[in-house]
Ligand binder design. Structure first.
Ligand SMILES: [Ca+2]
Ligand SMILES: [Ca+2]
Ligand SMILES: [Ca+2]
Length: 136
């Protein structure tokens, strides 16, 4: 696999990390790290709104063919047998709620499996710094 392919692949699966320049070195994809990335105003807390807009922008980048769904069709042909493609398939299986083998915007953005509710320990709609640490 060429470096160019790896970069394309990386930007497909980790769009925000690639965009922010935290390229392949960024290996921390714990929920805590994702909450930190989603903290748009950098005040240390991640609100529900910040989380949703973070997920929305991820969705838009992964939905390469812009059909409003994340599916196998969004993986370029040359990557279709790669581990990363497999990982995307696993993600789809994991978050797909209506069993149509693709992710709608709502399934992707509000997936309970991603744990906003789970890590919002005091249920106030904000992941505060302590909760973020606990999620790492
Ligand atoms: Ca914030
Ligand atoms: Ca799509
Ligand atoms: Ca679905």
């Amino acid at each position: 696999m060429t470096l160019r392919n790896i970069k394309i692949l990386f930007s497909l699966l980790f769009p925000l990390a690639a965009a922010s320049g935290a390229v392949l070195a960024q290996s921390d994809d714990s929920p805590g790290a994702r909450f930190a990335t989603a903290d748009a105003n950098r005040d240390g807390s991640t609100t529900r709104a910040e989380w949703e807009s973070y997920r929305m922008s991820q969705f838009d980048r992964v939905d390469r063919n812009r059909d409003g769904f994340i599916s196998a069709a969004d993986v370029p042909r040359f990557l279709q047998n790669s581990d990363r493609a497999q990982k995307l398939q696993d993600t789809i299986r994991h978050l797909d709620q209506n069993g149509d083998a693709k992710l709608s915007r709502a399934e992707f953005t509000n997936a309970p499996a991603l744990g906003f509710e789970k890590y919002d320990l005091n249920k106030n709609g904000v992941i505060d710094p302590l909760e973020r640490e606990a999620a790492r």
